[in-house]
Design a protein around this ligand. Structure first.
Ligand code: UT7
Length: 327
């Protein structure tokens, strides 16, 4: 008998330093007006020198533990979704374990680019549902500033750093996490990637000279696929739960671009007040986007017990997915 699984606590962390669109005007040939009208972003947070993904993840994790009323020793498993791990190995979840003192947990990372948090959430749900784990920490954390080409105005204006965390536990009442649908299309890997530093192009003077350690994105192409895949995944997930968009109190989409989010909302037939957006002050934080937005939505009182919540994501790979849950 599978157990019902709910989100028992949330937490987030944003680094102190803020980089505004006006600051970017001094770095590349751009304007606040262009960035804001094309993406909806005004500013983003940037990690301090020496501040790694795990430091941000651990800060978010401590807040999630507080909100769930648990201690780090209560955790059986930590999963971090990230494309910016502290090191090639060990995994970032192990660094988080060390920093928060989760001595009873086993730890691994999930790499599904901007979809990483949602993929990790689904894996974690299975562990709790089957009874293999009791409390699981799921984190989305990114230091995208470290893989951003600060000479490329088409990408550097979009991304930010941060971390969000949730704790999954068994639910005694309600439906909890009801459904996740996920998809991938590896044929489109070239439209969004960091080519260098892996086994295809191991780090060398040449990979550095060729700027292969930075994010490359065919923005317009990615935009089209993002709108289609996210709206289709959201529709499928709601259908499979026997729900319609009218039943949803809060939609939390991946925060890549306000125009993408508005296009999805319009395809789904959602009202503006059903959709939660925070990218104006954080930019696109890849795997951290949804858990940070969720924590902010909870803090703002946008989600209450019994509400139907929809997460929908899209990222490099391509990867995408949607989750429906009852809060
Ligand atoms: O998180 C993973 C998923 N990522 C996404 O979903 C991102 C998807 N893509 C996007 O959000 C949008 O495509 C962007 C925000 C990246 C770009 O918006 P766009 O409306 O697709 O602009 P564009 O790439 O078609 O560029 C329009 C013009 C170009 O000039 P020309 O060719 O029309 O003369 C660009 O060179 O804007 C120019 N441009 C800029 N101008 C000022 C590109 N970047 C900038 C810039 N400042 N930063």
């Amino acid at each position: 008998m599978l157990r019902t699984v709910r989100i028992a606590g949330t937490g987030s962390y944003l680094p102190e330093k803020i980089l505004t669109n006006y600051d970017l005007e001094k770095i590349v040939d751009t304007t606040h007006e262009w960035i804001h009208s094309r993406s909806g972003i005004s500013e983003r947070h940037i990690a301090a020198e020496g501040e790694a993904t795990s430091h941000m993840a651990a800060a978010a994790a401590r807040r999630a533990l507080d909100s769930a009323g648990l201690s780090a020793e209560d955790l059986d498993l930590i999963i971090v979704g990230t494309i910016t791990p502290d090191m090639v190995f060990p995994n970032t979840a192990c660094f988080v374990q060390d920093q928060i003192g989760a001595t009873q947990a086993f730890c691994f990372d999930v790499e599904a680019a901007c979809s990483g948090f949602l993929y990790a959430l689904d894996i974690a749900r299975h562990y709790v549902a089957s009874g293999t784990a009791t409390h699981v920490m799921v984190i989305g954390a990114e230091k995208l500033s470290g893989i951003t080409d600060w000479e490329d105005r088409t990408t550097c204006v979009l991304f930010g750093d941060g971390a969000g965390a949730v704790i999954l536990s068994a639910a005694e009442h309600g439906r909890g996490i009801m459904k996740t649908v996920m998809g991938s299309d590896g044929r489109l890997n070239e439209l969004l990637n960091v080519p260098g530093g892996g086994s295809r192009h191991p780090a060398s003077h040449k990979t550095v000279d060729d700027r292969l350690h930075y994010m490359k994105m065919a923005g317009r192409e990615v935009f089209k696929h993002a709108v289609r895949c996210m709206s289709d995944a959201a529709t499928q997930a709601l259908d499979e739960c026997g729900l319609t968009v009218k039943d949803v109190s809060c939609i939390i989409p991946h925060q890549a671009n306000a125009r993408i989010i508005n296009a999805i909302a319009s395809r789904l037939g959602a009202r503006e007040d059903q959709v939660f957006m925070n990218l104006d002050h954080v930019g696109n934080m890849s795997a951290a986007s949804v858990p940070v937005a969720l924590d902010e939505a909870v803090a703002a009182g946008r989600i209450k017990s019994g509400d139907i919540v929809l997460f929908v994501v899209f990222g490099g790979g391509f990867t995408w997915g949607a989750t429906v849950l009852e809060w």
